[in-house]
Write a protein that binds this ligand. Structure first.
Ligand code: GDP
Length: 530
């Protein structure tokens, strides 16, 4: 990863990122403040209010609320100074790591939010590991500094040790809890003072010329100032200075301290993302690496969401543009089906509202409404055959059979399940023998989410039950061999939503036996998305 001075400004000024956090660390609050500063909404709190309005329409969100998890991911775009920020929301719960992983394939940076009193929590670590797999640059925001927080060095040490990444302080907190005054902005030599009275007010910022500037003493009580100076001196000795190259390659994270709810520290964080990047990065395809400034438009689908608006039974495919300058109405090649697609009503997600996108550049996320043609991993190009790599499909680890208590609704249930399979929310298997479906997921909570969505979006009450199978393997090989195998093993065979053959069993022994006795067949735990 690196920043390139030669990119056209439209691309160079794009920042596409996701926020990763343990539940409750302040991701939602920080998102609201980003949007507030981005001028996308008038008043913080509206994201939540809008979210709630939506929830009443689509009640599966209620589960989200009850459990404090975020099930649906979306993308939001807003302008900040010369920058266009694209914030891709990640689902927060560990059960949705598959979705999260895919989301992180569409961004260039992750903002890691940690709670100043709690430090690195279990979910922070998991999400961080996913970022690490992709060497994503990470910006850290230590939140809730208005409350009693841990010692600053302790927090930094914990991150360094737990996550094996160097941490460089971009700001330094002055006092904590009730005594928290604000931060010293190390990168810009400024004093940032928090205003507790007005949560939506941007903090007062005072320019300082070094730590000996007498202005400091006008704003910071003597004792705190002495401590600040001492700590900053220690920090300079003990902690690495910010190194942009190391940040871009993912081995160093700058940390800002603040309080999202008090709108404090957020602007400095945003300035940091703007100033240090990264810009839209090259994307890998099987054939070659695609550079953002290439003229032809290319992009890939990293997420499909259905029923975003229950009034329209549409799906929206979220596309990360890898290169080019996209304009509404363009005809793009849908590489998987080799068919042209006129992209006449693409959507940009401006704040919480959807808006028609007239144009978009490499790095942007656009939504393309469709009726199921676009699937996760699909590439769109101006004619070139490209397969973007790096979007994984995870092995379903838990299988359950699903039944509707109303047998008249079997067809409807099938439709609902197929849709979730296309969204990538679950793997769905239709056994060759018997009726009903088997659903495979990565985390147990997904069954509950699915049951809830099927009931709310399709009006079908369903039950998930233990299945006789526990493992699924996709079958491939010469067509006649696969057919012969299928015909003699019907009780184990099912089809996924693409009609591909899947071998189901509850015994590893079975899988070993098939592998041994049928060397011409390939059994795989995951299916390539492309
Ligand atoms: P999420 O689960 O990560 O999205 O977290 P939320 O943004 O919903 O915040 C969780 C809780 O922490 C909410 O009650 C927030 O009001 C609160 N919170 C968020 N930021 C701050 C902060 O800076 N200071 C304090 N004291 N509370 C905060």
């Amino acid at each position: 990863m690196s920043n390139r001075p030669d990119l056209p400004p439209e691309i160079a000024n794009r920042r596409t990122f996701a926020i990763i956090a343990h539940p409750d660390a302040g991701k939602t609050t920080l998102t609201e403040k980003f949007l507030l500063y981005g001028g996308a909404i008038q008043m913080a709190g509206q994201v939540r209010a809008k979210g709630e309005a939506r929830r009443t329409r689509s009640d599966f969100m209620k589960m989200e609320q009850d459990r404090g998890i975020s099930v649906s991911a979306s993308a939001m775009s807003f302008d900040y100074g010369q920058f266009r920020f694209n914030l891709v929301d990640t689902p927060g719960h560990s059960d949705f790591s598959e979705d999260t992983y895919r989301t992180l394939t569409a961004v260039d940076t992750a903002v890691m939010v940690i709670d100043g009193a709690k430090g690195v929590e279990s979910q922070t670590r998991k999400l961080f590991e996913v970022c690490r797999l992709r060497d994503l640059p990470i910006v850290t925001f230590c939140n809730k500094m208005d409350r009693e927080a841990r010692d600053t060095f302790e927090i930094i040490d914990e991150i360094q040790e737990n996550l094996a990444i160097d941490v460089s302080p971009a700001s330094w907190p002055i006092g904590s809890g009730r005594e928290f005054l604000g931060c010293y902005d190390i990168l810009n030599d400024r004093l940032e003072l928090m205003d507790r009275a007005d949560r939506n007010k941007i903090a007062e910022s005072i320019e300082i010329s070094g730590l000996d500037d007498p202005k400091l003493a006008e704003h910071v009580p003597a004792e705190m100032l002495a401590q600040l100076k001492e700590e900053l001196e220690m920090a300079r000795e003990l902690l690495p200075a910010f190194d942009r190259e190391r940040f871009l390659e993912g081995s160093m994270t700058p940390i800002w301290f603040g309080s999202a709810i008090n709108s404090f520290g957020v602007r400095e964080l945003m300035n940091g993302i703007g100033a240090y990047g990264p810009q839209p990065q090259p994307q890998k395809a099987a054939e070659r690496v695609v550079l953002p400034e290439e003229k032809p438009v290319t992009g890939f689908v990293f997420k499909v969401q259905a029923n975003m608006d229950p009034k329209h039974r549409d799906r929206v495919a979220f596309v990360r543009l890898a290169s080019g300058h996209f304009e509404r109405g363009m005809k793009l090649l849908h590489v998987r089906t080799k068919k042209p697609m006129a992209i006449s009503n693409p959507v940009l997600f401006l704040a919480a509202d959807r808006e028609l996108a007239e144009e978009a550049w490499a790095g942007d996320i656009i939504g393309i409404p469709n009726h199921g043609q676009l699937r996760i991993g699909d590439a769109l190009t101006e004619g070139e055959t490209l397969r973007f790599t790096g979007i994984p499909s995870f092995a379903p680890e838990l299988l359950q059979s699903v039944r509707s208590s109303d047998p008249m609704k079997a067809k409807h249930l099938e439709k609902a399940l197929m849709q979730f399979a296309e969204e990538g929310a679950a793997k769905v298997f239709k056994p060759m023998i018997g009726s009903g479906f088997i659903v495979g997921v990565v985390g147990a909570l997904q069954f509950e989410v699915l049951a809830s969505r099927i009931e709310i979006e399709y009006g079908i009450p369903v039950r998930f039950e233990a299945s006789q199978f526990t493992s699924a393997r996709w079958l491939s090989g010469p067509k006649d061999k696969v057919e012969a195998f299928v015909n003699t093993n019907k009780q184990h065979i099912s089809q996924d939503h693409d009609g591909d053959m899947v071998y189901l069993t509850r015994l590893q022994w079975d899988i070993d036996r098939v592998t041994r006795d049928h060397p011409e067949l390939k059994l795989t735990a995951t299916k390539e998305m492309m």
